[in-house]
Design a protein around this ligand. Sequence first.
Ligand code: HSE
Length: 441
Amino acid sequence: MADTVRLGIAGLGTVGMGLVRLLEQNRGDVTKRAGSAIEIAGVCARDRDLDRGANLDAYTWFDDPIKLAESDEIDIFVELIGGEEGMARDAVERALRAGKHVVTANKAMLAHHGLSLAAIAEKSGVALNFEAAVAGGIPIVKVMRESLLGNRVSRVYGIMNGTCNYILTQMEEKGSYFGEVLDEAQAAGFAEADPAYDIGGQDTAHKLALLTSLAFGTEASFDSVYIEGIEQITPTDIEAADNLGYRIKLLGVAVQTESGIEQRVHPTMVPKKSPLAEINGVSNCVAVDGDFIGTVMLVGSGAGANPTASSVVGDIIDIARGTILPPFIHASKDLLPYKQAAMRSHEGGYYIRLSVYDRSGAFAAIAQRMADQEISLESIVQRRPGAELPGISARGQAGAPAPVVMITHQTSEASIRKALEAIEADGHVDEKPQMIRIENL
Ligand code: HSE
């Protein structure tokens, strides 16, 4: 590439400003490693007058991201606006069509439109790099797109949302309720003002859909991801998991099965001895199982200005050095159609928590419903009615509900769901059963 590589940065929020700082602070090293000076030729954000804690006067300001994306003054368009549709997507598309390389942190846009954007990038002969879109500072895209190409990947999984991991860790450490910890996390600036996509699992699902495409050579298929968030996890579940030797984590898992690819995001009980159980706070962890490599696990910061800027700059330097790869490993026309495995065919162990009326026959009926589905139980724990457990009110009187926790042996999702529907219909429980999948990862 030329002596100077010119960036247009659209979006000057947390990550955008982290990028500006990194390029200023590490200018010498970045230039040496890139083999070109990396220059910010233009910047763009919604509000020019916002105090961003840095002087941006040295950079040419653009009010319109599209104008920046198509400007003759830039070689690489860095999209840090975010959002699945709208300005981010329009600007990226225009930049690619104008022959500009694109570096983006936008997981939602790529999870939905990655295939069409990749096709435009290929046609224009430019890069569409997105390391920062998956697990912030963890270089998992590069590892999958380059280092692991000799392997057949059978599974990719991990903890890919720092907000959820922080909340679950705090709930465990403090015995607090989900809502309390979420409020604290927002006050401390760990959680977004609107954390719905984080806690609802969609943010993890966006990242997982991209990893699935890289792992299995398929089109990204966000709509095929089975998603459950962490809102329903109670201190009782966390305490019960602890007593049984598990921790609860929000995992994203994509696995190749005989009937297709299973993509799922849900709270998961992992054994305390699993490395995943040791990932605490806002950290992320992504693991890949390959036939020759075995398991590779990367741990690090999945969000934040500096880690995410680190990934963006890695992508920029690749382009400056002339490394232009197909975004999803294969040419977009060679990506396979996504073949989805039905979630109901998922097999595994399950944690079930029921709030059971303490009356004769209730337990026998529940056991029968499980037996009807040929579900074998590994353990059952019943607390006395109104047991003083966090999350269970102390009702205390005879006939009041008592928490019952069951762990099943390997069974199918379809069987568990049928059994729980029948148990609920029988009327021996006073609230919807809680069900958490167990993974021995
Ligand atoms: N909000 C995300 C998280 C980071 O909490 O991990 C950006 O995807």
